[in-house]
Design a protein around this ligand. Structure first.
Ligand code: UD1
Length: 418
């Protein structure tokens, strides 16, 4: 396994091409299982989560071809996953349930466990499938769903992104009309619905809390370019903030990143939409701020760790509350090893900004936590070694190369024991 050696870096300057959104691509890849015809997905990012899902789709009988940076998927010979290990590797694998059930009349997957960012149950996915007429049976650590699906009204207890996506896909081929109430409104859901509509689905209201799906008999081939990654973009905005730099983010969503942009602006950053992309400048010292994560359009939990890293060296007291994943504070103990002053209690972190951090060996605990450690390391005296890079490789495309290109001192090195 490799690690990063990151040295304190000068203000980052230059242009960054923002990659396609991981959280948009993964459900869209699962959506390809809804048709026996070719689905072409453009500009697919090089991420281990994408590779893991490719292996899972292949184990479901789907052919997976790479053409440059596009993926061509064909699920003409769809079956249930033959290798349960592929499902266990990644939480987003649960999104094959809806497509498998609606096309095959039966779907079986092993139940996902907890993860570093807390318990992540799938009760809302299952409650919705059951409302659509599926029988749900638990056995041998897995769940089997079976039955012909028919339209229904589903009320989600919380606006779960994954449950909304899974149910949206399942309902697409159900008979009759389905209404999902208290649906999640994330831009990735809007993109998934637009993708499915381009395949012949009839979905209205994606992006609002009521989504209506009129079932159709079959979907057809499509070629799709998913949206850009708002969380990768937000991470680079924080990189500009923490180093006092100036970055132009190409293919960068603006409206979808509003909660993050407004917060960074309130702290003193200058962020504007230009015809070439989003321009972020940070010339003066920033002020601390408070954030509370919320479902979209609220502040995204996936930007919480990176903001905590920024607050660690921003003068003043900042308070971070995560209402989506209250246990998602593993990065704080590593930031404290680098000299940050953070107290975590009951889903809330209170951060007193220090002038500078101090490089140390640290361990990444999850995807966004690893990004937070990289950001903090840019502002830490000496060298920070960041271990367990498999977390960052899951969801950030070539982050070390992108950072190097804008002046960061980042090296990917093999571990000594290898
Ligand atoms: C997705 C994102 C993830 C992001 C999260 C919240 C993908 C691949 N992942 O994850 O990056 O952090 O949204 O924005 O898009 N819950 C239940 N029961 C359920 C489902 C969810 O209790 O059946 C709870 C979860 O434990 C959590 C909250 O609902 O507290 C939100 O989870 P959810 O929106 O489902 O997150 P994911 O779709 O897993």
């Amino acid at each position: 396994m490799a690690h990063y050696a990151v040295r304190e870096s000068p203000p980052l300057r230059g242009e960054i091409p923002i990659s396609t959104s991981k959280n948009a691509v993964l459900p869209i890849m699962c959506g390809a299982l809804l048709t026996g015809e070719d689905v072409r997905i453009e500009r697919v990012p090089e991420l281990t989560d994408v590779k893991t899902l490719c292996a899972l789709l292949a184990s479901c009988g789907c052919s997976v071809k790479k053409e440059g940076d596009a993926l061509v998927l064909n699920a003409g010979a769809l079956q249930n996953p033959q290798d349960e290990e592929d499902v266990r590797k990644m939480r987003a694998s649960v999104l094959v349930l809806g497509p498998l059930l609606s096309r095959l009349g039966e779907a079986r997957i092993p139940l996902p466990g907890g993860c570093a960012i807390g318990q992540r149950p799938i009760d809302q996915h299952l409650k919705g499938m059951s409302a659509l007429g599926a029988k749900v049976k638990f056995d041998h650590g897995g769940v089997t769903l079976s039955g012909r699906l028919r339209g229904a009204v589903i009320y989600l207890d919380m606006p779960s992104v994954g449950a909304t996506e899974n149910l949206l896909m399942a309902a697409t081929l159900a008979s009759g009309t389905t209404r999902i109430e208290n649906a999640a409104k994330e831009p990735e859901i809007v993109d998934l619905a637009a993708f499915l509509n381009a395949m012949g689905a009839r979905i209205c209201g994606a992006g609002t809390s009521t989504i209506v799906i009129e079932g159709v008999r079959a979907l057809h081939a499509v070629s799709w370019q998913p949206i850009s990654d708002r969380i990768e973009a937000g991470t680079f905005l924080v990189a500009a903030g923490i180093t006092g730099g100036e970055l132009l983010l190409r293919h960068c969503p603006f409206a979808e990143l509003e909660a993050v942009i407004l917060k960074l602006q309130s702290m003193g950053m200058d962020i504007t939409a230009t015809p070439d992309g989003v321009l972020a400048k940070c010339g003066c010292p920033l002020r601390g701020a408070d954030i509370t994560t919320q479902p979209y359009p609220g502040f995204p939990t996936d930007m919480q760790a990176q903001m905590t890293a920024l607050f660690a060296t921003t003068p003043g007291i900042s308070v971070v509350k995560d209402t989506i994943f209250p246990q998602r504070f593993m990065h704080c103990s590593e930031l404290k090893r680098m000299g940050a002053d953070i107290k975590v209690d009951n889903g809330t972190a209170v951060i007193s900004g220090v002038e500078t951090l101090s490089g140390a060996p640290v361990m990444a605990s999850d995807l966004r936590a690893s990004a937070a450690l990289v950001l903090a390391a840019l502002k830490a005296e000496g060298t920070t070694e960041i271990h367990r890079l498999y977390h960052i490789d899951r969801g950030y495309e070539m982050i070390d190369e992108k950072l190097l290109a804008i002046g960061a001192a980042v090296e990917r090195l093999p571990d000594d024991d290898n």
